[in-house]
Write a protein that binds this ligand. Structure first.
Ligand SMILES: [Zn+2]
Length: 243
């Protein structure tokens, strides 16, 4: 009996030790092929693809300047992202003006539902897309945009975002974490709780009403309808307008 109790006690301790690790594993991680610090100078020295056609002049607008009630949690400015390394020197978010103005309209509509927008990423300089590609093992390249094509984030017309509660500013739970590479991330995933799915669908509904389209594999990623009108950009956050 004592032996059994001892074994139960040990099992409980092991579970207790494992639980925090399991919770931390909720943040999706990829081990970079080479350290980001080594890939950064290579990416900065590289040249973005030359695109044919005519494009609108870039007009990147900082989201919080248009509407300070939009909240930011810029994961690529810290280490809580799939590479575990900081890619941006500043935690800021820009979009091309029509996309930014549409987002402000989404923010106003969501207020009636008791929510605000929590932005994880918006305009992304091309060299960061290049770092993603070079850092991720080839067998996992499906998870990142091909720098030869550029990403819609590079055009300042894609945004990754979730919701926060207006009442207390707390981020909501969605059916999956941000940047989670699993079926739970699909915008049509039927699992999770009803409340999680409702919030995910509300975000999508409000975004679609303002010209955004959700990505088929990520409930948090939306492209603005004008993305084809803007060329790939490679201006670092540090070289955009000062804070
Ligand atoms: Zn995205």
């Amino acid at each position: 009996m004592n032996a059994l109790r001892r074994r139960l006690h040990v099992a409980a301790r092991v579970i207790g030790l494992l639980l925090p690790l399991l919770a931390a594993a909720g943040d999706f991680r990829i081990t970079p092929v080479r350290p980001v610090a080594e890939l950064l100078p290579i990416a900065l020295a590289a040249t973005p693809p030359v695109e044919q056609g005519s494009f609108r002049p870039p007009d990147l607008v900082e989201l919080v300047r248009l509407d300070p009630s939009i909240h930011l949690d810029i994961r690529y400015a810290g280490t809580r992202n799939f590479l575990g390394a900081a890619l941006y020197g500043q935690a800021r978010a820009w979009l091309q003006r029509p996309a930014a103005e549409a987002l402000v309209r989404v923010q106003r509509a969501l207020a009636a539902d008791g929510y605000g927008l929590l932005v994880h990423d918006a305009y992304r300089p091309w060299y960061v897309t290049r770092i993603f590609w070079d850092a991720v093992p080839p067998e996992q390249h499906w998870f990142v945009a091909d720098p030869a094509q550029g990403s819609r984030h590079n055009r300042g017309c894609a945004v990754d975002l979730s919701l926060y509660r207006l009442a207390d500013g707390s981020p909501v739970q969605m059916p999956s974490d941000y940047d989670e590479a699993s079926e739970r991330a699909h915008p049509d995933y039927a699992g999770g709780t009803a409340a999680q799915r409702e919030r995910r669908d509300l975000l999508r509904h409000r975004m679609e009403a303002e010209g955004y389209t959700v990505f088929t594999a990520e409930w948090w990623h939306f492209d603005y309808r004008d993305w084809r009108a803007y060329a790939i950009q490679n201006v670092r956050f540090e070289d955009l307008d000062p804070p």
